[in-house]
Design a protein around this ligand. Structure first.
Ligand code: THU
Length: 162
């Protein structure tokens, strides 16, 4: 037996202003999208903004449901809107922001496993790394270049083939 170690890389910024202009603008769109969240059950408002290779931006927010599992995260709302309206366009970046009135969210919000798997699907389709930019209400901003930095050992469609 050997033990193998896999590492991930996360860029950490003190301020939004340190980001490249396009990433900063995308993150601000995600912050704006938190205002459209329908989150009466968790009071945790998440916004996401996706930038496509053609330059178009799609936003989304979490949409909850009284039957809890029927709700969906902000990231998938934005990604599915982008893919259904611009099929085949590569996703260059997705920014994610969150806010709640219940406490000060100081850490960047990181996507759930299901959303990471969905990002992996579209990254594998285009073959180009997706930049994922994450922010809380205050504190640091995190940026990863490529879904593999959020989802090591991810499931690939190739695994379905002989
Ligand atoms: N949520 C998102 O929309 N994105 C995330 O990255 C984390 C969680 C939503 C799901 C649910 O509506 C609420 O936040 C609390 O989990």
């Amino acid at each position: 037996m050997i033990e193998r170690t896999f590492s991930i890389s996360v860029a950490e910024y003190d301020q939004i202003s340190e980001l490249a202009l396009a990433d900063r603008e995308l993150l601000l769109r995600a912050v704006d999208a938190t205002k459209t969240a329908y989150a009466p059950y968790s009071a945790f408002n998440v916004g996401a903004a996706v930038r496509l290779s053609g330059g178009r931006i799609f936003t989304g927010s979490n949409q909850e449901n009284s039957a809890y599992p029927s709700g969906i995260c902000a990231e998938r709302v934005a990604i599915f809107a982008a893919s259904s309206q611009c099929p085949g366009d590569a996703i260059e970046a997705i920014a994610i922001a969150a806010s709640t009135q219940n406490f000060e969210l100081k850490n960047p919000v990181t996507p759930c496993g299901a959303c990471r798997q969905v990002m992996a699907e579209y990254q594998n389709l285009s073959g180009k790394p997706i930049r994922i930019i994450m922010k809380g209400m205050s504190g640091k901003v995190w940026l990863v270049n490529g879904v593999e930095n959020l989802l090591p050992l991810m499931f690939h469609a190739e695994s379905l083939k002989k």
